[in-house]
Design a protein. Structure first.
Length: 273
């Protein structure tokens, strides 16, 4: 399994970096559009939706929402309203994750709520990443930064958890995650954000606020991971899919980013960046 994870990473990491830095904003938006479509297909297993027609219909709905948002991506009021709505949702998620039995039954209310939640998460993440990529001040590098920030946090959590992990973070949702892993994610991200600030040419006065934003984003990225774990546990699934050898499905790769991207965009606005 580890061999497949490493081989997939050796292919995917350079590919992701290349696409972010070389594609035009419209091309990047389309690639991300396809990625969100794949993730939405996997989300239907977590809702759950069993009918093939309904699963296809849900993916079409998500893609239609993304296409509609493209028309409004340059309207700040629209973008920030979606981001703030997403932020409020993630605050609610922090209260839901410790109570995984909530909405565990696949009744009409639960299925509808999870379907609506998926629409919000895919739209807000897609919109925030597209807007971030389009920034006039080297937008692709800002976009790359938040992606790598999530990668660094994930790696820091993995190695710290393996080395020192004893205290479970959410044992009924994801037994492998520990508080030591959270501290490792924060420590690794702190050093990365501080070091990257020089590359991003940030003023010294902006560093404390910027680093604080990155730490908050990392915490919410962990919540994004836990939320998907919770939904998979509801359906007794190990992975959202098997698209990427050793890594599971597309949703397994972007779950943290679904939370991190909108909050990073909000944070940059908060610190006037």
């Amino acid at each position: 399994m580890l061999k497949y994870r490493l081989l997939s990473a050796l292919v995917l990491v350079p590919l992701v970096i290349y696409l972010i830095l070389t594609l035009s904003n419209a091309q990047f938006a389309f690639v991300l559009f396809l990625i969100m479509g794949l993730a939405a297909w996997e989300w239907t297993r977590l809702i759950p939706i069993s009918s093939l027609v309904q699963r296809i219909g849900y993916v079409v709905l998500v893609l239609a929402l993304l296409a509609s948002c493209w028309q409004f991506a340059r309207i700040d009021a629209f973008v920030w309203s979606i981001h703030w709505l997403t932020f409020i949702w993630w605050l609610v998620a922090l209260m839901w994750i410790p109570q995984p039995q909530m909405l565990a039954l696949a009744n009409g209310f639960s299925v509808t709520l999870k379907a609506m939640l998926g629409c919000l998460l895919f739209v807000s993440a897609w919109l925030s990443l597209v807007v971030l990529h389009a920034r006039p001040d080297h937008g692709p590098y800002w976009m790359l930064f938040v992606v790598v920030l999530v990668w660094v946090a994930d790696s820091g959590a993995y190695f710290a958890g393996k080395q020192w992990g004893k205290n479970k973070l959410a044992p009924h949702v994801s037994p492998g995650k520990t508080w030591e892993g959270v501290y490792g994610a924060l420590a690794a991200s702190l050093f990365f954000a501080w070091g990257a600030s020089n590359f991003l040419h940030l003023k010294t006065s902006m560093l404390p606020g910027f680093v604080l934003v990155c730490m908050i984003v990392v915490l919410f990225s962990i919540a994004g991971d836990l939320l998907e774990s919770l939904l998979k546990r509801h359906q007794s699934l190990k992975d959202s899919g098997n698209l990427i050898p050793g890594h599971g499905g597309m949703l397994d790769r972007i779950d943290s980013l679904l939370a991190a991207a909108p909050l990073f965009s909000l944070g940059l606005h908060w610190v006037n960046l």
